[in-house]
Unconditional design. Structure first.
Lengths: 246, 560
């Protein structure tokens, strides 16, 4: 890519997401910067210009002009921002409709449950993946974290639940999060395009071990996921960091 | 007492009837004055000093937060203490410092002076309001002295984490009572200042001749009247839940935890404008005074303030985008719309400097600092106002960065501008300009070093309020930068503290009108006498002192 094109396509520090919804997020970032950069520069430039040009110089006889109103200019900086805001809102409205869409027939349904302090992922056949911070108190280690297994390239529907306090289900590479609130029924769809291991974390202060309330997401190609799922017995429980001896 | 020079070529007669009899005799001073005074100026000083102590205390807590996060996997404080640090940092900064310093401290001292009133409408009520506020400050801080420590669930204390089961101990109770008391104090101050503005304006001071500072204070007070009772009620419900077996926020018995979020943010969003509007007023006055010009677009400015006030009542749920329980487009539209009146204010501020003669004193520097950083915070605010981007950024350090650019780079820098601008009026002595400019430079560098790195940190997915982090997340260097910045910032603040102590004793004598001011507070002596004015200049515009001192440079009539 040429340098100017690269600059125009830049998200100014925001990473690219790995979900199908990412294109909408990226569009909004571009839009935000196309408007924010010039507007910010105009305002900063205006401030700097006034400070340099109109600074009182010792010995100068110039006196401050005493006008108070300039209707055309005032009208312009009221109406133009209104238009900009309307445009941003239009794009945002469209994006939001796509990002928040909930499918009637998702490929996989998983219940995500947060608790103080850990995660429980429940699959349709009753299989549970559990992990608690008691087994993962070394912040520099990714071992013993609960793992959410899911397929790539398919719509996965999460039902988000909490029975104690408010938690938030947040995976940074998805550029997305949703709260788990007792008493609120929350359903959301995610379609992750790229298989891989992603790190997730509770994103709402939930007590002492909030910082340790982490999890991993293992996004697998569909075939591999199906094989994994077939291998899980109904109502079985896998606890991260605990080896079951049969 | 009055200090206005006789204007060349035109005379005005001081008002003849003596409205207030000056009672001769010994006046209380020092501690007795502090304890007994109902004078709006003394109470204003009490508020400002108390609030500034709160600022230094909460700032110290913030240094603790940054020290814990300076390297990954750090053990400077325990998880529980860390949670107390950020909770009390936020609580004290918002409920003790930023709000009361602006609407109660500056409001008390300068609103009556600027509208030519002898005192507030209800002086004793005013004193009561201060003492309740002080009680609230002491109670919420006293949590640190209890067994389990202070409140530790974040300054917006989401239910049910605040329940008696999840947060036992008196720390949380002290937090509830402390906030409720500062809430009552705010309501009392609002009633008082609104009454003062509506009933005690001097002859000639019609509403459209009030300084922008007074207009902003008035809108702030209405927001307080709408928002604070909701907060106090929410706190009362929480108290009932904790101690009287209430079930308002308890989902296991039919309560609704999300009710708390709605109540809290219904207060919380007007609150950030309560924390901002008085400081917008400060900046407006400082810019106009130091540019030697009338405020550009005066009526448009008032319209912008009124529409910010109105819109701010309808945007609370933009703090709740990720709950999945609010109507996103409605709140997004209103939140985005706030950018319009805020933009009008920016262009009016630039217009105020346009073709003026600008003096860059310390107050002006802090105001310019305010403009640049509030601009940045406003732009990131437009990003956060969009639900789709908020799904990515909510509760990450991006939000922390945005909030501090608005509240610290914005409001607090304007608060420092107010200190440098009005210290001569309050004490009769100027703050030292050299120390002031040094303080500004160090604060400006330190501030940006602390809070700019938080934006990339948030984009890289660092959640707020985590006590420690994995060394392999790509967050190490930015956190180190931010913590170093926090120490630099503290140095800058301490220089101003030193400047205040130094100049209070041996600062340059200011005189009554050191900055060639425009509004009525500059018409009385520094410090103003009891009941403020013996006579007033004629009030024929929003800057009567300027008109009296510069009759050949009156505001141009009409518009272009």
């Amino acid at each position: 890519m040429h340098a100017p094109t690269r600059l125009l396509a830049s998200q100014f520090g925001s990473p690219h997401g790995v979900t199908a919804q990412d294109s909408y997020v990226r569009l909004l970032w571009h839009l935000a910067f196309y408007f924010a950069l010039p507007l910010g520069l105009i305002v900063l430039g205006g401030i700097a210009w006034c400070l340099v040009r109109y600074r009182a110089k010792p010995g100068s006889e110039r006196r401050a002009s005493q006008f108070q109103y300039h209707i055309p200019i005032e009208a312009a900086y009221t109406i133009i921002p209104l238009i900009i805001v309307a445009v941003i809102f239009g794009f945002m409205f469209n994006a939001e409709n796509h990002v928040d869409r909930v499918s009637r027939a998702p490929a996989v349904k998983i219940t995500v449950e947060g608790f103080q302090w850990g995660w429980r992922f429940v699959y349709p056949n009753g299989h549970q993946e559990i992990g608690t911070v008691a087994n993962a108190l070394n912040i520099n280690s990714m071992k013993n974290l609960p793992v959410l297994y899911m397929p790539a390239g398919e719509t996965v529907q999460f039902t988000l639940k909490s029975d104690d306090v408010v938690h938030t289900f947040y995976v940074r590479d998805w550029l997305w999060q949703r709260d788990l609130i007792p008493g609120v029924h929350n359903v959301a769809d995610i379609d992750v395009k790229n298989p891989g291991i992603y790190d997730g974390q509770c994103n709402n202060i939930c007590g002492q071990y909030h910082a340790y309330m982490r999890f991993l997401v293992d996004v697998m190609p569909v075939k591999q996921y199906k094989a994994w799922y077939a291998h899980q017995a109904a109502n079985s429980i896998t606890t991260a960091g605990v080896t079951v001896s049969s | 007492m009055t200090v206005i020079q006789e204007p060349p070529g035109r005379e005005y007669r001081p008002a003849e009837p003596q409205l207030f009899e000056i009672v001769p005799g010994p006046r209380p001073h020092g501690l007795v004055k502090y304890l007994t005074s109902t004078d709006h100026k003394q109470i204003g000083i009490n508020y400002m000093v108390t609030a500034f102590i709160g600022f230094l205390f909460a700032g110290l807590l913030a240094e603790g937060i940054r020290t814990q996060l300076i390297v990954p996997n750090n053990n400077f404080v325990t998880e529980n203490v860390f949670n107390q640090l950020f909770t009390m940092h936020g609580t004290i900064m918002l409920f003790v410092f930023l709000g009361p310093f602006g609407f109660a401290g500056l409001g008390n001292y300068f609103v009556p002076l600027m509208i030519g009133a002898p005192d507030m409408a209800f002086p004793r009520f005013n004193a009561l309001s201060y003492w309740i506020y002080l009680g609230g400050f002491i109670l919420m801080s006293a949590g640190f002295l209890t067994n389990n420590g202070a409140a530790n669930f974040g300054w917006f204390g989401y239910a049910p984490l605040t329940s008696a089961i999840h947060s036992p101990g008196p720390g949380a109770d002290l937090w509830i009572v402390g906030i409720a008391l500062t809430g009552f104090s705010g309501i009392f101050t609002a009633v008082n200042i609104i009454s003062t503005i509506f009933t005690l304006r001097a002859p000639g001071m019609v509403m459209f001749r009030m300084p922008i500072f007074v207009w902003n204070q008035m809108v702030t007070m209405f927001l307080i009247l709408l928002a604070f009772p909701v907060l106090t009620a929410a706190m009362a419900l929480l108290w009932i839940d904790r101690h009287l077996n209430g079930r308002f926020y308890d989902q296991t018995h039919g309560g609704q935890p999300i009710l708390w979020q709605n109540l809290f943010w219904f207060f919380g969003h007007p609150e950030v404008y309560i924390l901002a509007l008085p400081y917008f007023g400060v900046v407006t006055e400082v810019l106009a005074t130091n540019s030697k010009k009338p405020v550009f677009g005066y009526k448009g400015m008032i319209g912008a303030t009124l529409s910010i006030g109105a819109l701010s009542m309808g945007v609370w749920a933009h703090h709740m985008y990720t709950t999945g329980a609010v109507l996103l487009p409605f709140f997004a539209a209103l939140s985005l719309l706030i950018a319009v009146p805020t933009g009008i204010k920016f262009f009016n501020w630039i217009g105020t400097m346009w073709r003026g003669t600008i003096t860059l004193n310390t107050a002006m520097l802090y105001s310019i600092g305010f403009l640049t950083m509030f601009l940045f915070g406003g732009i990131t605010g437009v990003m956060l106002a969009q639900p789709v981007l908020d799904f990515q950024l909510h509760n990450t350090y991006f939000v922390v960065g945005h909030f501090h650019y608005v509240m610290f780079g914005g409001s607090t820098f304007a608060g420092f501008a107010a200190i440098y601008h009005w210290f001569p009026k309050i004490t009769g002595r100027k703050l030292h300009e050299g120390w002031g400019k040094l303080s500004f430079a160090i604060m400006y560098i330190g501030f940006n070093l602390t809070f700019f790195p938080m934006h990339p940190l948030g984009l890289r997915g660092m959640p707020r309020r985590i006590e420690t982090y994995n060394a392999h997340m790509g967050w190490n260097f930015l956190n180190l930068l931010s913590s170093v910045g926090a120490y630099v910032l503290a140095m800058g603040v301490l220089i101003t503290v030193w400047n205040i102590f130094r100049s209070y004793r041996k600062g340059e004598i200011a005189g009554d009108n050191p900055w060639d001011g425009q509004t009525l507070e500059w018409a009385c002596s520094s410090p103003p006498p009891d009941h403020n004015f013996e006579s007033l200049p004629p009030i024929r515009s929003e800057r009567p002192v300027w008109d009296a001192n510069h009759p050949d440079q009156l505001t141009e009539v009409g518009h272009r």
